[in-house]
Design a protein around this ligand. Structure first.
Ligand SMILES: *[C@@H]1O[C@H](CO)[C@@H](O)[C@H](O)[C@H]1NC(C)=O
Length: 347
């Protein structure tokens, strides 16, 4: 028996949290935040930020609470960037009015499920000699950045991005496929729509379902819905394989061949406020988010990185992507990126 963790998909439900944060937690934050007077220029920045991100608060008290969190985050971001010793920088984004506790809050909903140990399916890229860099975006195998919004279905976005990749590689066509079909229809196994899921289970469903339809025909709604079937499949997969765990070398061989679904720990404040550069942590290995490795390379200063496609829109990170440090000391990889990687196969 092995334990698999349903990916609850940070930062699902964050907008909800920002409205429904528990009074106790919010109260504590308010007290600590209120010790620093908020300058009018900070209030102005907060207004601009609200307009930019379409944020609306339910009342003045909530707005004041969010302004104080916004201010402490902006101060954190600016002091981090001023240190000038990091390979990455932080920036304001849609998460700047959330405490890291709120950002991480989806950890608490973690459901560990006992599942049969994954059957060994072989690793077809075992003997492949990977080139020193790869970027599937440049080869037309990656669709534009999507946004999961408030629904915790990162697992669907991760699986779909990997499937879009193998579909391009086997058919020559880049087709944006439907996450919502997974959210609505993959409900009889471990996957739980907006409440979390696993990429491997998504692949299992897609195989049984005979494929997935297009994003255009079954658009993303961002909430759990009723399965609209039958749908006509626009692409199919024939199987999936797990990358040998805790082996960044194996992950490199896989990513050299196709976009790969990876699970990471995305709960840290560095991840929350990531602006760009080669992210080097801090983060743990409590896997809570599904994303897709779409390349790897080396920066001009020699830092090796993974190119990771996220599903938080283009306002986060490097236009929706993050470069994460590669070949780190820990065998799990940075933020556990080498722990649960897998990819679909198509014949
Ligand atoms: C890799 O090479 C070894 C030794 O030649 C062989 O036994 C193994 O089957 C190969 N693996 C794959 C996936 O082809």
């Amino acid at each position: 028996m092995a334990f698999f963790v349903l990916l609850k998909c940070l930062p699902a439900a964050l907008l909800l949290l920002s409205i429904c944060a528990s009074p106790a937690a919010a109260g504590r934050k308010l007290v600590s935040g209120a010790t620093t007077p908020t300058s009018s220029s900070m209030a102005e920045r907060h207004e601009q930020w609200m307009a930019q991100h379409g944020r609306v608060y339910k009342d003045a008290a909530e707005k004041a609470r969010r302004l104080s969190i916004f201010q402490s985050n902006v101060e954190f971001i600016e002091s981090f960037n001023k240190e000038g010793k990091h390979k990455y920088w932080l920036a304001t984004n849609q998460f700047t009015d959330l405490t890291n506790e709120e950002f991480k809050a989806t950890h608490t909903g973690f459901r560990k499920t006992a599942a049969a140990a994954a059957t060994v399916k072989g690793f077809r890229y075992e003997n492949f000699t990977a080139p020193s860099s790869m970027d599937w975006r440049k080869r037309g195998a990656v669709t534009p950045i999507k946004d999961q919004g408030q629904c915790g279905c990162c697992w669907a976005f991760s699986a779909v991005a990997a499937m879009e990749g193998i579909t391009k590689l086997t058919t020559g066509k880049l087709i944006s496929l439907s996450e919502q079909e997974l959210v609505d229809c993959d409900v009889h196994g471990e996957d739980q729509g907006c409440e979390g899921g696993l990429m491997d289970d998504a692949f299992e469903f897609i195989i049984k379902n005979g494929g997935l339809t297009t994003e255009a025909k079954y658009p993303y709604g961002g909430v759990d819905g009723t399965c609209r079937s039958p749908t006509s499949a626009a692409a199919a997969i024939s199987g999936y394989e797990d990358v040998p765990a805790n082996d960044e070398g194996a992950l490199m061989k896989a990513v050299a061949n196709q976009p790969v679904s990876v699970a990471i720990d995305a709960g840290g404040s560095g991840f929350q406020h990531y602006g760009g550069g080669v992210f080097s942590g801090e983060c743990g290995t409590e896997l809570d988010h599904g994303v897709t490795a779409v390349g790897y390379g080396k920066a001009s200063d020699g830092s090796k990185y993974w190119v990771v496609k996220n599903s938080w829109g283009r306002t986060w990170g490097e236009k929706g992507y993050i470069r994460m440090e590669r070949d780190v000391e820990a065998e799990e990889g940075l933020c556990g990126i080498a722990m649960e990687a897998s990819y679909p196969t198509a014949s």
